[in-house]
Design a protein around this ligand. Structure first.
Ligand code: ADP
Ligand code: MG
Length: 612
């Protein structure tokens, strides 16, 4: 007897299973199907992605539904449009011999009237994304008042994406007497909460190890004066050249404003909020997925449903009104096993709220400093150096080489390198030269004065398999220092920063002179003095902050535009970004109006990479 038959599945399903070529049930199917077929029970099933969860609920659902009754009896909620369509497809395959059974998909970004018409024809099973479902429930385009089975698929993802309210709202329109089956890859607190709230003594099934959900997101906050918020945002972006981020604002208006400012300053940014048409939103999301947009500025509502992996940073430009919303925001990063950073920019008076958020997320925040100009110049310089060292040589260049050679005849390699890097470095240097310290001291915060501490640069980083903890250990061991003597360790790709008490600075330099690690020469340099002392000593206070300066010096203004524009493909609207990348093959450089040659190098590197 076929193993699926042993589970109690009927002939119509067995035939379909045979057609699909499934031979043996997967573990979650073996465990879930008999129970769901025999009992009317709630269930929580935890199993990793790809373990066959769709069939685990799909087979029993199809068998239990009365195909002669045209009423909607089963509702499946799933986090994204893609999954929604995938599940619908699978269910249609499973039920191809189950006469009269009809499954309809409901999801955003497609005609709602069309979907309503399909439902009207009779859909015993609806597969839906929460946002569109709620919309249709509110408009009375669907009737779920008599459903018998409700399935929450990928519950962890749905909650991650901020669909908690929608789910609650949708479920409130369903009868109390029904079976709820929850399927999830992980069991974070939020999923446990929802199970408790909506289910009655569910049968629990676990396949593999129970995964509590990864806390691969680290949380950081920055305290600035309210008027420096935007400048701080730019610095955070500049200090992270590979940033691929969602930036949250509180209102549609702020979202639009910040995005416009970023675009004007030459960043690849765009806004997404409720005032955009569905079509516009789709376009923005398409460019974001294609990495043509590095900074997506969003409202909380519009960001629900953003299912993009690899987001490196979530930036809370403003804290949400309800601090509970923070979880939904930070959940946009650190997905699919990757790590991510959630940053919060707060004013002094808002800094208190951080403690409240820590309680909610059960994780602590690290207070960080908005990087200063020097640090950004260094990051950008080494980023460029890194990119260049990784770049494959394009031999089309060979034929131009004689004339280029002629131009640089007589320069040593060192002089040439200096010149080459100055092109980019000088832009940043001019922009950030004399840039003001944007960090405000938070009064009530746990923020120990660092005393007189010195910040160092070291030419090892993530590339050398260091993370901040291992680098700290390495430094402590090498420098023979105590537990708290090395701090503010920050590891970048090919280099890092750390702080040591200034009294030990000379010692640090001495130890690292002619020091080798894994056969590589280690270079350690002082970057700047840290802590309040040096900064408050500066006479820049009168400048009236960032804005004042921006207005004050015209040359600054100009160079700022030049800097940013050249560097980041100015005003890349999704459309122009597309055009440009397709231009790239046929002399796309000429298409560049501003920015000049040097910038083309870096942006063409970026372009190349973004296409990967
Ligand atoms: P999950 O929802 O757990 O991520 P899916 O239900 O999407 O996993 O299933 C993953 C893939 O495995 C699908 O292509 C599905 O058709 C296939 N599959 C499911 N069950 C079986 C089985 N018993 N034998 C062979 N393939 C299966
Ligand atoms: Mg699935």
């Amino acid at each position: 007897m076929n193993k699926f038959e042993l589970l109690g599945l009927n002939e119509a399903l067995l035939q379909a299973i045979n057609d699909m070529g499934f031979e043996t049930p997967s573990e979650v199917q073996e465990k879930a199907i008999p129970i769901l077929l025999q009992e009317d029970t709630d269930m929580v099933a935890l199993a990793q992605t790809g373990t066959g969860k769709t069939a685990a609920f799909g087979f029993p659902l199809i068998q239990k539904i009365d195909a002669n009754n045209r009423k909607t009896q089963g509702l499946i909620l799933s986090p994204t449009r893609e999954l929604c369509l995938q599940i619908t497809n699978e269910l249609k395959n499973y039920s191809k011999y189950s006469k009269g059974l009809n499954t309809v998909a409901i999801y955003g970004g497609a005609s709602i009237t069309e979907q309503a018409a399909q439902i009207k024809k009779g859909a015993q099973i609806i597969v839906a994304t929460p946002g569109r479902m709620q919309d249709m429930v509110n408009r009375r385009l669907v009737d779920i008042s008599a459903i018998e089975y409700c399935i929450l698929d990928e519950a962890d993802e749905m909650l991650n994406m901020g669909f908690y309210e929608d789910i609650t709202e949708i479920l409130s329109h369903t009868p109390k007497e029904k079976s709820t089956w929850l399927f999830s890859a992980t069991m974070p607190k939020e999923v446990a909460t929802i199970a408790k709230k909506f289910m009655r003594t569910p049968v629990e099934i676990t396949v593999g190890t129970k995964n509590m959900g990864t806390s691969s997101v680290s949380h950081e906050y920055f305290v600035v004066n309210a008027r420096d918020r935007y400048a701080a945002l730019k610095r955070l972006a500049d200090a992270n050249p590979d940033i691929f981020s969602v930036i949250f604002c509180r209102t549609k208006r702020d979202t639009q404003k910040v995005a416009e400012q970023l675009i004007e300053d030459g960043y690849n940014a765009a806004a997404i909020h409720g005032d955009l048409s569905q079509n516009q939103r789709d376009l923005v999301m398409k460019s974001f997925r294609a990495r043509q947009i590095q900074m997506l500025v969003a409202t909380d509502v519009a960001a629900r449903g953003i299912d993009v992996d690899d987001i490196t940073h979530v930036i809370n430009y403003q804290l949400p009104d309800e601090i509970e919303t923070y979880t939904h925001r930070s959940g946009r990063t650190g997905r699919a096993g990757k790590s991510g950073v959630s940053m919060v920019i707060v004013s002094k008076s808002e800094a208190r709220k951080i403690r409240g958020i820590e309680k909610i997320i059960g994780q602590s925040f690290e207070r960080k400093e908005i990087p200063d100009g020097r640090e950004i110049c260094e990051v950008q310089l080494f980023h460029l150096a890194n990119e260049i060292s990784k770049t494959e040589i394009n031999h089309e260049i060979d034929r131009y080489l004689p004339s280029i050679n002629e131009l640089f005849e007589g320069l040593t390699k060192e002089e040439l390198l200096k010149k080459f890097f100055s092109v980019e470095f000088t832009r940043f240097f001019n922009y950030y030269n004399n840039a003001q310290d944007l960090n405000a001291k938070a009064s009530n915060e746990v923020y120990e004065d660092e005393g007189d501490s010195t910040r160092f640069f070291i030419n090892v980083g993530a590339k050398d398999d260091f993370d901040w903890m291992s680098l700290k250990d390495f430094l402590k061991a090498t420098l023979d220092l105590g537990r708290d003597d090395v701090n503010r360790v920050e590891v970048k790709d090919s280099f890092s920063f750390f702080n040591v008490d200034s009294s030990k600075a000379e010692e640090v330099i001495r130890i690292f002179q002619d020091f080798k690690h894994n056969g590589r020469h280690i270079n350690v340099e002082i970057t700047k003095k840290s802590a309040g002392k040096e900064r408050s000593g500066g006479g820049r206070k009168g400048g009236g902050g960032y804005k004042g300066k921006d207005k004050g010096g015209r040359s600054f203004d100009k160079s700022s535009k030049g800097t940013d524009k050249g560097r980041r493909r100015s005003s890349d609207s999704p459309a122009s970004g597309k055009r440009r990348s397709s231009d790239a093959g046929s002399g796309g450089r000429q298409g560049k109006k501003s920015g000049g040659r040097s910038s083309s190098i870096e942006s063409s590197i970026k372009r190349r990479r973004s296409k990967k």
